[in-house]
Design a protein around this ligand. Structure first.
Ligand code: ADP
Ligand code: MG
Length: 456
């Protein structure tokens, strides 16, 4: 059947002119004897009349004191893609093609019921297959699915897949339909060595491995969602990032070993959004692992992603995205972690660690601490004041096998030091080196590192 999944992002469907260009890509695929299956995002970016944020605001404004129920919130969030799908399908129809708009549910996308961040459980491809056989171009809503219509409690509720969800829809459909490839069309002509908004000179990568692009995405390059790369990787489906607005070949993402192979290869520089750095000192090294585990469990339960976790015998430190920080702080402030003392010579059987964040007067610490005083004769109470740096950003150099690139670490740190840019924390993995820096220095750091590592 030669199915080709083509996904168009918000800008690609934002205006009649842009939609005409996007439709041209679909027609070209048809002419090349592919059976295109189109996935679209909502029309336009934040602020546009039918953009998801605009629709959500309608709901939130009803009474700002009462947050909308998650099920209804998802139903509202899914409207943007429904509008976009209908408009795109009709655009193709006006051009003389048989096209049909499908919601996520109609496309057979079944998810769990984690509203706002649902996971695709299964895709039932039969209907899409039959439509293709009848000569239709299916145009599917990105970013959404439904819970199993046969399930007793949530039957057929509309769900959304979280930020970047349309990329995930495209990859998952590619797998389910056994497509020959998945094309992610956007407003840049591929995956670049840095965010082109900061580095206009950034070059487009011709080829890239799934791992490299997933790492770029995890470390902040929002050009394609990491989940989409991971799904394509698991099933070895070729993925492309291309521009709707040019005829350049774009970036081909496959499992071929990265260029440079055993020598290591530099892929790009990324930066994240705003972050907050939190450090807690635990004086007794043997207590640290347990305290650490409780802290990370708490973050996981709240669905807060943590970054730059550092390993030191007596302190635990990590970053959270700034928009999640108020929740992280509320959870951690006043949190008590009891640890059994191995050595009870002082007559105290345990040590209770209590975390304290300085801002605010009504934080939980001030309530909890006096209560603990009552048991102080039996256990040690240890106050753990949090050190917090509020305005940071993480920049990362993505370089598979960077330990085999001589002097790379030194180059990164020298470049930042020579420019007087503070580095609060660093971390590295097989795929990347990350530095936590003041938020105000992001643009300069990315440009300097790009110049040093890519422009010679
Ligand atoms: P879409 O709405 O098409 O999904 P996105 O805004 O999600 O588009 O992603 C495309 C944007 O990603 C580009 O406009 C670009 O500003 C940004 N971007 C950030 N880092 C990179 C990078 N390394 N390569 C390409 N684009 C990047
Ligand atoms: Mg996107």
């Amino acid at each position: 059947m030669n199915i080709l999944v083509q996904k168009f992002g918000g800008t690609s469907v934002a205006s009649p002119d842009n939609r005409a260009l996007a439709a041209r890509k679909v027609v070209q695929a048809r002419e090349a004897n592919f059976s295109p299956v189109v996935v679209v995002s909502a029309i336009g970016r934040a602020g546009a009349p039918y953009a998801t944020d605009t629709l959500v605001k309608v709901l939130k404004d009803i009474d700002p004191q009462v947050p909308p129920a998650s099920r209804e919130m998802d139903m509202m969030m899914a409207c943007g893609e429904i509008i976009s799908t209908v408009v795109f399908a009709h655009t193709l129809q006006t051009m003389g093609f048989k096209a049909i708009a499908l919601s996520g549910g109609q496309a057979g996308i079944i998810t769990d019921d984690s509203f706002g961040n649902a996971r695709i459980l299964e895709i039932r491809p039969e209907y899409i297959h039959s439509l293709i056989e009848e000569g239709y171009i299916p145009v599917v809503c990105g970013f959404q699915g439904i819970t199993d219509p046969a399930s007793a409690s949530r039957h057929g509720s509309i769900t959304t897949l979280g930020r970047g969800g349309s990329d995930t829809t495209a990859s998952a459909l590619g797998v389910a339909l056994n497509a020959v490839g998945v094309e992610i069309y956007t407003d840049v002509d591929g995956v670049k060595t840095a965010d082109p908004n900061l580095v206009p000179k950034a070059c487009t990568l011709d080829v890239c491995s799934y791992e490299e692009v997933a790492e770029m995405a995890h470390q902040g390059a929002k050009v394609v969602h990491p989940r989409a790369a991971e799904i394509a990787m698991d099933h070895n489906i070729p993925l492309w990032v291309k521009s709707t607005f040019s005829d350049k070949p774009g970036t081909r993402i496959t499992n071929e070993p990265a260029v440079g192979g055993s020598a290591g290869r530099l892929t790009g520089i990324t930066h994240t959004g705003k972050m907050v750095y939190i450090r807690l000192e635990i004086e007794q090294p043997n207590h640290k692992p347990l305290v650490e585990r409780e802290v990370y469990r708490m973050m996981a339960r709240a669905g807060i992603n943590i970054f730059l976790v550092t390993f030191s015998p007596t302190s635990l430190s990590f970053c959270v995205p700034r928009d999640r920080y108020p929740i992280a702080r509320d959870l951690l402030d006043g949190m008590v972690v009891p640890v059994k003392n191995e050595d009870t010579t002082g007559g105290k059987t345990g040590t209770y660690y209590i975390f304290k964040f300085s801002e605010g007067l009504d934080l939980a610490y001030s309530v909890q601490r006096p209560l603990l005083a009552a048991i102080e004769e039996h256990v040690n109470i240890v106050d753990v004041p949090a050190s917090v740096i509020e305005s940071c950003t993480m920049i990362s150099v993505i370089a598979a096998g960077h330990r085999r690139i001589p002097g790379m670490m030194a180059t990164i740190f020298e470049t930042l030091a020579a420019a007087g840019i503070a580095v609060y924390q660093t971390a590295d993995s097989e795929m990347s080196v990350s530095c936590l820096i003041p938020e105000s220095e992001v643009d300069r750091s990315v440009r300097l590192l790009h110049k040093r590592l890519f422009e010679n």
